[in-house]
Design a protein around this ligand. Structure first.
Ligand code: CP
Length: 303
């Protein structure tokens, strides 16, 4: 009985997505992130003697580095695994790779995978808690948590907030995680996308670009060229003129509105160069907020 209970609580410490996570659990992560952000001491001994593997089977800058910073700030030992420099190149499977690191004594794993839907099955096959760092086009929970944290810092609360998510929705795990999580808090989420970039399986309202500009938060999405199997627009300029956050469009936003983007950005495609660091943009604040959010998530996995 005790063993079964322990097994379940280990699994509960995984973070696979926000769609099925209770609002109260999300709230406690956001609160704990605020606690970590307020700490003046840069490195704590909270997770001293704990080993964490960062296993990236798809490229990353922000998520991988901010997980590493978060883990080091908690005093953990960090192993960075990158598929491109590993035996994956010799044909080793994701499962064998994760089991290999687990068998070396990892206490938790952070994982990013290219195909959607593999993560849940993998999490059921291993004992250590897994944290989703990007699961195909399915979920990117820590990105949505840091996005929500950024919005909360700006507006105080999420209830009633009008959020427009603009761009390559069909390929976006960020759009999905934000949609599912923000709705739990009473935010009004709309999508805006060209017809061939919509996610028809999602129950969400699509609005025009002019309507999106009336929102409190305009979240621009990266055009994910690496996931496009064929050309989804004629030229970058054509996309920019129809769906880009141009200087002209940014000037039409309400004074209190903010512009977000998960990054990396395609400058002068979905967002103009001059808008990336304008007064209303929160893109680099999102990156800063990623550290305390990931500290809270990693602590939750291991405490
Ligand atoms: N926002 C985000 O996931 O960025 P990376 O792909 O650089 O991690």
């Amino acid at each position: 009985m005790v063993a079964v209970h322990m097994e379940r609580s280990l699994k509960d410490r995984s973070l696979l997505g926000l769609k099925d996570m209770d609002r109260s659990e999300i709230e406690s992560i956001l609160d704990r992130a605020a606690y970590w952000e307020a700490q003046t001491v840069k490195v704590s001994d909270k997770l001293q003697h704990k080993f964490i593997a960062n296993m990236f089977f798809e490229n990353s800058t922000r998520t991988r580095c901010s997980f590493e910073v978060a883990q080091k700030r908690l005093g953990a030992e960090v192993i960075n695994f990158t598929a491109a420099a590993s035996s994956v190149e010799k044909g080793e499977s994701v499962y064998d790779t994760v089991r290999t690191l687990e068998s070396m004594g990892m206490d938790a794993g952070v994982i990013r995978l290219k195909p959607a839907g593999v993560l849940e099955q993998l999490a059921a096959q291993v004992k250590m808690p897994l944290i989703n760092a990007g699961d195909g086009n399915n979920e990117h929970p820590t990105q949505a948590l840091l996005d929500m944290y950024t919005m909360k810092k700006q507006f105080g609360e999420l209830k009633g907030l009008r959020v427009a998510v603009v761009g390559d929705v069909v390929h976006s795990r960020v759009a999905r995680s934000n949609l599912w999580a923000l709705r739990k808090f009473g935010a009004e989420v709309h999508f805006c996308a060209p017809a061939n970039m919509r996610a028809d399986e999602l129950d969400v309202n699509y609005i025009t670009m002019d309507e999106a500009l009336k929102s409190d938060v305009v979240m621009m999405l990266r055009v994910q060229l690496e996931r496009h199997e064929h050309n989804m627009f004629s030229t970058p300029e054509e996309y920019r003129s129809a769906y880009g956050m141009t200087i002209e469009r940014a000037s039409q936003l309400q004074e209190h509105a903010i512009i977000m983007h998960p990054a990396p950005v395609n400058r002068n495609v979905e967002i103009d160069d001059a808008v990336v660091e304008c007064k209303q943009a929160r893109i680099f604040d999102q990156m800063s907020n990623g550290v305390p959010i990931r500290m809270a998530v990693v602590e939750r996995a291991l405490s």
